[in-house]
Design a protein around this ligand. Structure first.
Ligand SMILES: Nc1ncnc2c1ncn2[C@@H]1O[C@H](COP(=O)(O)OP(=O)(O)O)[C@@H](O)[C@H]1O
Ligand SMILES: [Mg+2]
Length: 319
């Protein structure tokens, strides 16, 4: 675990007083509480009655295909968009009346990152430090901690426009951390990155979370949610269709999948044990059929809940 001192209050850190919703220890139990969130754009119901709770310190994933409503949800939770209806509290503060209180406590890395491309990485960091009114004496030590966490030392003098996608993303995360937020929102942090950059970012996200930052990330990569998140909410067509730990979601379906591919198509069946799965597989099919047995994946859960042919899954028409 890194100890960079870049994170806000949380595990093992000096914690700040919060306005309401305090537990016995003086902190709200939940970093995020949202009830009945809805948002339409014209005829498009982007978010359709979402309830969400994220505990402090959790690494939480909002998982769904393109167009499912992830970014709209994040924009509402981060006070960038006012919902048509619903109630939001972030760190115990009400999003309709305590917008600036919330903005001081959260870091946001938007899906389409908004760095100044014509200035250097260091200048972007300094710019964000001033924007967030980080006191002058704290700027240098805060920046040093973040630069070291993100491994940005070799790139500090480079123009953002000259960086690869992975380093731009790291710079954006660095800027979002400059005011020591206790809750960090990452909207599709690894989309478009190569495998190595994705895995390096996963390490950074986990380090930040271990240091105490509550993290809410969105992704359409099922394996990313499975690898990173304590808990995931599966979102489809603006609604949350399941919300649990990846392990529980898979166990709920059955931990072992049998896939029977034949001329008629692919048939999926799920079993609690490999013995049951094997017994079923042995009863299947003509010789030209293919039968495989594997562990159940989060994408199986998603596709079973939303319908394999419904076009809401990754790679489906919604992509
Ligand atoms: N500003 C907007 N104006 C019109 N439609 C929008 C806007 N933002 C999102 N949408 C629509 O809302 C739906 C959900 O979009 P979004 O929240 O961006 O999904 P995701 O982040 O899961 O890909 C999509 O159909 C999208 O086209
Ligand atoms: Mg999005």
């Amino acid at each position: 675990m890194l100890s960079t001192g870049v994170c806000g209050s949380g595990k093992g850190r000096a914690e700040r007083r919060l306005p309401d919703q305090r537990t016995d220890s003086g902190y709200p139990e939940y970093a995020i509480e949202a009830e009945g969130l809805s948002m339409s754009f014209g005829d498009v119901k982007a978010v359709d009655g979402i309830d969400l709770k994220v505990a402090r310190g959790e690494l939480f994933g909002l998982l769904g295909p393109n167009g499912a409503g992830k970014t709209t949800t994040i924009r509402m939770l981060t006070t960038l968009l006012h919902p048509d209806s619903g109630r939001i509290k972030v760190e115990g503060m009400d999003a309709s009346s305590q917008v600036y209180g919330i903005r001081g406590r959260i870091g946001v890395v938007q899906q389409h990152i908004s760095l100044d491309k014509d200035i250097s990485v260091r200048e972007n960091l300094m710019h964000h430090a001033k924007l967030h009114k980080v006191p002058r004496p704290e700027r240098a030590p805060r920046m040093d901690g973040i630069i070291s966490l993100l491994g940005l030392e070799p790139y500090l003098g480079k123009l953002v426009s000259d960086l690869s996608g992975g380093w731009k993303k790291r710079t954006a995360i660095a800027c979002s951390l400059i005011h020591a937020p206790s809750v960090l929102f990452l909207d599709e942090p690894t989309t478009g990155l190569d495998t190595q950059s994705r895995h390096l970012l996963w390490d950074i996200i986990q380090d930040l979370n271990r240091e105490g930052t509550t993290i809410i990330l969105t992704t359409h990569y099922m394996e990313e949610a499975e690898a990173l998140c304590d808990r995931v909410a599966l979102i489809s067509r603006g609604r949350i269709v399941a919300d649990d730990t990846p392990r529980n979601l898979c166990a709920g379906l059955g931990n072992i999948a049998v896939i029977h591919a034949s001329a008629a198509g692919r048939d999926y069946r799920f079993f609690d044990t490999r013995t049951e799965a094997k017994a079923f597989a042995d009863t299947l099919g003509a010789e030209e059929d293919s039968v495989s047995i594997r562990k159940t994946r989060l994408e199986d859960v998603f596709l079973e809940m939303t319908g394999r042919m419904a076009g809401t899954g990754p790679g489906g028409p919604a992509e």
